[in-house]
Design a protein around this ligand. Structure first.
Ligand code: UDP
Length: 235
């Protein structure tokens, strides 16, 4: 395996499957199987999951809600998704721990870096919930932050698009996919990989990002084996 310890970022919206909101149990089970394939091959797996399928702070704010209040609601949404993923992973036979940036002791451990690393070393899948624990941040930033903290080899951003394109491939049929890019390329070409805070943190810490299609069976294992799937952003 090319990567021994990964930080997998899944968006909340990915969990919706074909639904308009919420969680599709079928999609969750599929993701659990994808994750099991790399777990069986000995990859240490940390996961950060978004909350956009349930609540986004910005959406609340645009409807007149206090932004900070909305962001905390968004963070709680990521905990709900984390719990759902935890259940699906355990149903598939893996050991897991959910650690949250906001303390919710009845259902999750508080985030403790050393403890998270220990879980990873023991082959437990660690899900990080509640983002960074701070409003005005995103789960992409949480993913890079946790990835840097636990010394992940790479951030794997699982999306429904198979990489980074010259333009939005869902809108522009002439859009071309990049196989590799440098952090510098992304900035000079003005490409949208992650929000600026997340992207800068990754660049400063030289932590590569791979954007790939998580909905294609077998892709996650291919990425971990080092196959040229998706788009890799590196120094
Ligand atoms: N959020 C936050 N701080 C964080 C991470 C998330 O306030 O560190 C809130 C924010 O309101 C965001 C919501 O949680 O809109 C859901 O996260 P995100 O939009 O990143 O999820 P995704 O788009 O990946 O589903």
């Amino acid at each position: 395996m090319k990567y021994k310890r990964i930080l997998l970022k899944l968006s909340g919206e990915a969990l919706m499957g074909d639904r308009q909101y919420g969680i599709d149990p079928q999609r969750l089970a599929e993701y659990a199987q994808e994750i099991k394939q790399i777990h069986d091959k000995g990859v240490q797996i940390a996961v950060v999951i978004g909350g956009g399928n349930i609540f986004r702070g910005v959406a609340g704010a645009s409807n007149g809600m206090d932004r900070v209040q909305g962001d905390y609601m968004g963070m709680l949404a990521t905990v709900i998704n984390g719990m759902a993923l935890q259940g699906a992973l355990e149903d598939a036979g893996m050991q897991t721990r959910l650690q949250t940036a906001l303390k919710i002791e009845a259902i999750a451990e508080p985030y403790i870096k050393r403890r998270a690393v220990r879980h990873l070393e023991k082959g437990r899948i660690v899900i990080f919930g509640a983002g960074t624990g701070n409003p005005y941040f995103t789960t992409d930033t949480a993913a890079v932050l946790r990835g840097v903290e636990v010394n992940a080899d790479v951030i794997l951003k699982g999306t429904r698009v198979d990489g980074i394109y010259t333009a939005d491939p869902e809108k522009d049929t002439n859009a071309k996919k990049y196989n590799t890019l440098t952090f510098e390329d992304v900035l000079t070409k003005g490409l949208n990989v992650m929000d600026t805070t997340a992207f800068t943190l990754s660049q400063e810490n030289e932590l590569p990002i791979i954007v790939f299609d998580m909905n294609k069976a077998g892709n996650l294992v291919k990425v971990c084996e080092g196959e040229a799937v998706g788009t890799t952003v590196n120094v």
